[in-house]
Design a protein around this ligand. Structure first.
Ligand code: PLP
Length: 393
């Protein structure tokens, strides 16, 4: 546990569970668990979605399917993208894979190879680095600025370009920052990618987890001809929107040619997502959307709770406008840095609370811990209070 780079943040949860069990076995008091380290909705997948999978298993052959997904689901994805993300595409501009993780990995395998450099946000979802390593490519972090709403600095990004730079990853709404890029920033990033002839992978896995403002898909700013150039690839998932993390269902939208290449990659590894899971996805898209609004409201309520507690404790906090995380500055009162790993471990040992140390997301988040709002209100409240107590020692 002392080597915790928390590449696999489930390690911290397992450690906390083990500790809790040890206390229980010895019959010693230990605080109730607050698991705030992982972006795992605390809601059950809505009933109508679960029923669609059960119905499929009961009535349909579960055969091999097309690698890019069943045509009926791809049709619904094109409709969802027009409705939610504001751009018109054909079903053939989509491909379905194993969660956001699976389609992002397929996209990276389709676009970069050994020696290539990829610009990725710092801080960011840690899997990008693992995924790039699996492609033989190198991640080059571009810092997001906590003093400027965790937005990137285009001038600094210019300096990171080399002849090997092939792809730019952007993530809005962002994990772990919760920042939502304004239209002007999306426009500048599109121009930047075009000027340097880079692919632009827009990770929009939290596209429907927006509390204020509006999520803007870069692809919605392109003409049909520009979209067909294949520069912009957008990744989405059912995991967060419909509390379907374990179902492993995600999709990408890109040009016809790019989808063909991504389909080849999917065919090589996944062959296809099972039909019952795709039926569940179809039910999610065609069924009532109140469940999405209900979950979003719960995350917003917890966001408000966390932010107001942090203000009470006199801790500066950037108010996240999307996704479901809050970054908390754990520097000492005199501004001295604190070891994030030690802090996270101490929080587990003293309080049975798990958070993710900021360094897991990149150097720009060294002074922070990330709290997930995808846990019940009580856990979020106790977590934030204890973090503040421990940080103010
Ligand atoms: N992208 C970001 C920014 C994420 O935070 C996550 C999950 O936490 C994913 C992609 C992967 O989503 P999925 O769980 O659908 O694989």
């Amino acid at each position: 546990i002392h080597d915790l780079p928390i590449r696999d943040i489930t390690t911290l949860g397992a450690y906390a569970d083990q500790l809790q069990l040890e206390y229980q076995t010895r019959n010693e008091p230990f605080p109730p668990a607050a698991r705030l380290h992982i972006g795992e909705p605390d809601f059950r997948t809505p009933e109508h979605i679960r029923q669609a999978a059960i119905e499929s298993l009961a009535t349909e052959m579960q055969t091999y399917g097309a690698a890019a997904g069943r045509p009926w689901l791809r049709e619904l994805l094109a409709e969802k993208i027009a409705r939610v993300n504001g751009y018109r595409i054909q079903p053939t501009h989509t491909a379905i894979g194993m969660g956001g993780t699976g389609v992002i990995q397929a996209t990276l395998l389709a676009t970069v190879g050994p020696g290539d450099e990829v610009l990725l946000p710092d801080p960011c979802w840690p899997h990008y680095t693992l995924q790039l390593a699996a492609c033989g490519a190198t991640g080059v972090p571009y810092p997001l600025d906590p003093q400027n709403e965790w937005l990137p600095d285009l001038e600094r990004m210019e300096q990171l370009i080399t002849p090997r730079t092939r792809l730019l990853i952007i993530n809005s709404p962002g994990n772990p920052t919760g920042t939502v890029f304004p239209q002007s920033m999306i426009q500048q990033l599109l121009e930047f990618a075009s000027r340097h002839d880079l692919y632009l992978l827009s990770d929009e896995c939290y596209d429907q987890m927006i509390f204020e403002g509006q999520h803007l898909s870069p692809a919605s700013l392109l003409s049909t001809a520009e979209f067909e150039e294949g520069r912009v690839i957008s990744a989405y998932t059912f995991s967060k929107t419909y509390a379907m993390t374990g179902w492993r269902l995600g999709y990408v939208a890109a040009s016809t040619q790019m989808i063909k290449t991504i389909t080849d990659v999917l065919n090589a590894g996944l062959t296809n997502v099972s039909t019952a899971i795709q039926r569940a996805g179809a039910a999610a898209l065609t069924g009532p959307q109140e469940c999405v609004a209900m979950m979003r409201e719960a995350y917003r309520r917890r966001r408000d709770l966390a932010v107001s507690l942090l203000r009470d404790f006199d801790r500066y906090v950037y108010t996240p406008h999307g996704a479901f995380y809050v970054l908390i500055d754990i520097r000492q009162r005199n501004g001295e840095p604190r070891d994030g790993r030690e802090f996270a471990l101490e929080l587990v040992r003293q309080c049975n609370i798990t958070v993710t140390p900021g360094y897991s997301f990149g150097a720009a988040a060294n002074d922070y811990v990330r709290v997930s709002l995808a846990a019940d209100d009580k856990a979020v409240e106790r977590g934030v209070r204890e973090i503040c107590r421990l940080a103010n020692l």
